[in-house]
Design a protein around this ligand. Structure first.
Ligand code: AMP
Ligand code: GLY
Length: 422
């Protein structure tokens, strides 16, 4: 089977690395990929949001399956585009269509979905210009801190958590007047949930599903979870507090009603569901849905999956996932992300990366890297993820940190406290 994987981050390198191990794979292409994916497949210079270019590539390279890494092509409707084109409609896509992708693309849609299907989540009100007064009145009923979310995709920046009521009111107005463009013309005001976060990953064909290992990521740039939000600075799987009792609650109260809810709402869904949860005194509540795998969570979740990923994707495409069970590596996996100096604010690219060849234990997943004149150079804020296994998280983390130290480039930074709160 020839597979085209869309995306270019650490998540895509991990997915590509795993698919490469399958005996069912003939050729793997990654669009556009990075210096790491080039070692497990062939990078092709196509923008995943350029659907006509994707189509031309599918036709000229006899692609049998498209796997979508990031959310943007999904929210823009790459699945519907392929499905509605008679020349390529036969090519299965791993990733939901436009309607399913609203679980991530519209916070309001996701909240209404959870309410409709009795899935535990924070109380909320959806606000536009037309009910601003109601929004302000709702804010006054809440206790600080106040959570404001732009309805649409805002490159991970659309969530504000504010301590002061007057500031929350003022930010609400600014959001509605275009602080995040059209993404914030609707704002979801939410109750603040206090607890510890966890990410749960489900692969589904819309009816059957498998629950992948859970993970915890570390979003803030600074040690001790301080400073600006990033795409993710590291991750750990399994998560010690997510014991059998907790995961049973997650399964029964959240995973099952989510998949059944999609079916009841007649939303076909073949792909990943990433459920961001908060454990509030041991009770799981949904913070958000994403319609893809997490990054850097994929860099710990996928290394713990022993089953053949291409075989699972085939079952998803055929609607036969019910027949599958998965095998999980009992070991811990951790990843530490090396980023560019300055990230998540302005940073420089093009720095030569050395030391990768010195890493003997563990896995190196490239994120923002590219190859130029025979050298691997930085090409993004998050540069490279160092994944390691261990019999427990501390053992794995020790190796991840050692490997992060072995990588060199100007301005390198990584958090040396991943896992500190567990
Ligand atoms: P999101 O973009 O929805 O993932 O939100 C970004 C981050 O904001 C989450 O990872 C949480 O840490 C935090 N967050 C979002 N919603 C809430 C909430 N209702 N209560 C507490 N924290 C929240
Ligand atoms: N690491 C969080 C995300 O992928 O959204």
């Amino acid at each position: 089977m020839n597979i085209l994987l869309l995306g270019s981050g650490g998540r895509e390198h991990a997915l590509a690395w795993k698919m490469k191990q399958s005996s069912k794979l003939t050729k793997l292409f990654i669009a556009p990929g990075n210096a790491g994916t080039a070692e497990v497949g062939e990078n092709v210079d196509i923008n995943p949001n350029d659907f006509e270019a994707v189509k031309a590539f599918i036709l000229s390279n006899s692609i049998n399956m498209v796997v979508v890494g990031p959310e943007e092509p999904l929210v823009r409707g790459v699945k519907d585009f392929i499905l509605n084109d008679p020349q390529i409609a036969h090519v299965p896509v791993i990733g939901p269509g436009k309607e399913g992708a609203k679980l991530e693309g519209s916070k309001e849609f996701a909240k209404a979905f959870m309410m409709r299907h009795n899935i535990p989540t924070a109380g909320y009100l959806s606000v536009t210009d037309s009910n601003l007064e109601e929004g302000i009145a709702f804010l006054k009923t809440l206790k600080a801190p106040y959570v404001l979310k732009a309805d649409g995709l805002a490159a991970g920046k659309g969530v504000l958590i504010l301590d002061d009521l007057a500031e929350a009111e003022s930010e609400l107005k600014q959001m509605l007047s275009g602080k995040f463009g059209s993404a914030s013309s609707t704002v979801v005001i939410e109750e603040f949930l206090s607890g510890i976060e966890l990410s749960v990953f489900v692969l589904t064909d819309g009816h059957g599903y498998v629950v992948l290992p859970e993970a915890k990521d570390y979003k803030r740039i600074g040690e001790g979870d301080t400073g600006l939000n990033t795409g993710g600075m590291g991750a750990i799987s399994p998560v010690p507090f997510a014991d059998d009792v907790f995961m049973k609650k997650v399964h029964e109260r959240i995973v099952k009603p989510t998949i059944e809810g999609l079916a009841k709402d007649n939303i076909p869904y073949k792909g990943f569901v990433f459920i961001g949860l908060m454990s509030v005194e041991g009770e799981p509540q949904v913070i958000e849905y994403n319609v893809r795998m997490g990054d850097p969570e994929t860099e710990v979740v996928i290394p713990r999956l022993k089953s053949d990923l291409v075989d699972l994707f085939e079952a998803v495409a055929a609607g036969e996932l019910r027949k599958k069970t998965i095998e999980i590596d009992e070991r811990s996996a951790t990843t530490v992300m090396c980023v560019s100096g300055g990230y998540p604010e302005a940073y420089e690219k093009g720095k030569e990366i050395t030391g990768i060849e010195n890493i003997k234990e563990g896995l190196v997943f490239h994120a923002g890297t590219t190859r130029k004149e025979g050298k691997v150079i930085t090409a993004g804020g998050r540069v490279i993820a160092l994944t390691a296994y261990g019999s427990n998280k501390d053992e794995a983390l020790k190796q991840s940190f050692n490997n992060a130290q072995a990588i060199n480039y100007e301005g390198k930074y990584f958090r040396s406290d991943i896992g500190f709160d567990l």
